[in-house]
Design a protein around this ligand. Sequence first.
Ligand code: SF4
Ligand code: SF4
Length: 404
Amino acid sequence: MRKRHLYLALILLLAIVGCQKKASNSMTYRELGATGLKVSELSIGCGGFEKLDTLGSIELMTAALDSGMNYIDIYDANPKVRSNIGAALKGRRDEMIIQGHIGTIWQDGQHKRTRDLEETRRGFEDLLQRLGTDHIEVGMIHITDSPEEWAELEGSPFLDYVFQLKKEGKIKHIGVSSHNAEVALTAAKSGWIEVIMFSLNPAFDRLCGGATPWTAGAMDNLQAGIDPIRVEFYDYCTSHQIGVTVMKTFGGGGRLLDEKRSPLGYALTPEQCIAYCLAKPCISTCILGIDNMDELLTDLHYLHATEAEKDYTTAGQTAIASLGGDCTYCNHCSPCSAGIPIARVNELLDLAETNGLSDELKAQYAALTKHGGDCTHCGACLSRCPFSVDIPSRMDRAKAMFGK
Ligand code: SF4
Ligand code: SF4
């Protein structure tokens, strides 16, 4: 009996500590469109789990949950990543709202976007099984970036399957991810899309608007200098309660946070990038690529940041260079017909070109199964890159840099 009392006291103590931990971080929650779900303003992507083992994944997920984050995007079809996330959510599944992608599979050690029905079914069942769950909250149709791709989607067996998943309760809401404002707007107007994952940050908004500098009062007029179709998309989602979740908050691969790679010519802070996105009423959450505990803590500083720290107006007063042609390591171009891990090759190339060629980078490059020198210039990857990267010429540059 005494033991039982001690046990209960311990549970109570842990609960109090846990509540204090959550309260001290002051996470704020927003409606996810009309889904009825309330999601944390800051949420976690799955990209960082690529670099972690099971223990590291559990540590990062636990810290994210304890900070109040309750939303995760899982586009990754890598079995290791899915299983590690499943292990990390064990016992806490109910605390995390899962946005899982439909139409991604892992094939020959690479990501593959697919609309093939059998591949899609296999990829989705694998997701549920590895996560240890019988449903996810948001079934996100993976990357639809052109009007042609949207047209192919409508009335397809793939889409019938998505509707069937919703009917069976395996997904609770249907979403789509896109980097294209025209497609995103069409999706918002479809009447059956409830959530849209969209690439948004100060640079993307301004580049698409012709890089017009923001005028004074940009904080009040958030639409200044932005492509009208993006403005229409944001307004439509606000007025029709379509949930928008943000990808590429920091420009993809964190380029906006790095003065050497930022198109602004200087680095923005995480607080500025996050504040910019969350200032739009349609945005429900910023999905952050978090690689480790240090990055999580850095991003969480947003919760305590002053208004001065969040002030992003300088980003609108500087000339902006083109982002086109720069890799964001998003993996959308895979699979490569020669088996090259394109995103990783590009990442190592950028590091070597920016910081110099170190032994560490040489070793990491050598450990890849295929290299830039294996590129056959077939061009199969080009149409899949949303950022117009000249991939074959970058593979040539990687070969010249690393020797193979
Ligand atoms: S062009 Fe090169 S990198 Fe692109 S798919 Fe072909 S072999 Fe792969
Ligand atoms: S080349 Fe394009 S699609 Fe491929 S990882 Fe880079 S930005 Fe993404």
